[in-house]
Design a protein around this ligand. Structure first.
Ligand code: SF4
Length: 330
């Protein structure tokens, strides 16, 4: 079928959570989806002052796409949960990209603010559909199809992350393998999705973790209720959507039993700086000081060599703990 045109999706930020939804939505509406390449294969990171690496990568990827597509899709993400908000940088993301691409390509930038209720998500996509010339009925059908694809993808996530190479995780035509080798350790990986899955940020941390015999669990395979349970009894409120997810999933994993926790963070991210301190303190309270916790800070200068050494040391601590008879926290 002849495509209506090309929608560019930068391989950055919440691509690493919602790409299955976005791809399905636009393809059902008859558009071809074009995704940017990683910077390791294509050029250098675009620098601008005082920004975290994930935002620099968004701009870099958008610039890569600007000549190749009819629209860029960069939604204005204000809130993804009823009572929580996104980091303010997400609100400005479409404007930053517009400046960086010099207005070269139209940006589909409808606001997503779920503080307005569940229906706000559909409303946002209806506006996007309208801009692309789709009817309400066509857009609703694409939205429901996208939801189905996304839910299925989330269900398979644990197998995908542990059994596929990092570069293949979001290739939707690659089926999820059902068999894999048995890991020695069960490790919770917490953090913003882009810090966890973008190899240009974390130097392909996933491959290193798996090569050391660790099985990875992440918040992607938890339900909203499970995450909520983890933050329900906190004395201090967390305002950020990502903070809620990181802390809520951490406490869920601790209650289920894990051997260790890895928290990749972005240098220059205020939210990560606060969460680090909060998590360190809570881990001492909840599980005693012996739960191995590895906090990794990434920016564009981080090297891979130091990372390997730190991961090996982390695994050694888990090993020691096991030989001392301390089993996974539960
Ligand atoms: S949450 Fe942190 S890493 Fe993410 S965009 Fe905001 S400042 Fe950057």
């Amino acid at each position: 079928m002849e495509k209506r045109g090309r929608i560019g999706i930068p391989r950055a930020l919440m691509f690493y959570r919602y790409f299955p939804f976005w791809q399905s939505f636009f393809e059902t509406l008859g558009w071809k989806v074009v995704v940017s390449n990683g910077v390791r294969q294509k050029g250098k990171i675009v620098y601008f002052e005082d920004s975290c690496l994930p935002m620099k990568l968004l701009v870099t990827h958008a610039i890569q796409l600007k000549e190749k597509v009819d629209h860029l899709f960069i939604p204005r993400l204000v809130s993804l949960h009823r009572n929580y908000i996104m980091c303010p940088k997400f609100r400005g993301a479409p404007d930053i990209v517009r400046l960086a691409t010099e207005g070269h390509v139209p940006i589909l930038n409808e606001t997503i603010d779920l503080r307005e209720g569940e229906g706000a998500l559909l409303q946002s996509y209806l506006k996007t559909g309208k801009r692309l010339g789709a009817t309400k009925k066509e857009t609703k059908r694409a939205y429901l199809e996208a939801k189905k694809t996304f839910n299925q993808f989330q269900k398979e996530w644990k197998d995908r992350i542990n059994r596929l190479p990092t570069g293949r995780l979001f290739e939707m035509d690659i089926p999820t393998p059902s068999e894999g080798s048995k890991a020695s350790w069960r490790v919770a990986l917490i953090g913003h999705p882009y810090n966890l899955y973008d190899a240009d940020i974390n130097k392909d941390l996933l491959t290193l973790i798996k090569s050391l015999g660790m099985e990875i669990i992440t918040s992607d395979s938890l339900s909203e209720e499970e995450i909520e349970r983890g933050v329900r009894d906190l004395s201090k409120e967390i305002y950020w959507s990502s903070g809620r997810e990181i802390v809520g999933s951490l406490f869920n994993f601790l209650s289920e039993g894990v051997d260790g926790v890895i928290f990749p963070t972005s240098f220059k991210c205020g939210i990560d700086a606060l969460l680090q301190e909060f998590i360190k303190r809570r881990l001492k309270i909840e599980g005693g000081p012996s739960i191995p916790l590895l906090i990794l800070s990434f920016d564009e200068h981080t090297g891979r060599e130091g990372l390997v050494t730190r991961l090996e040391a982390f695994r050694d601590v888990m090993e020691q703990r096991r030989s001392d008879g301390q089993i996974a926290v539960s």
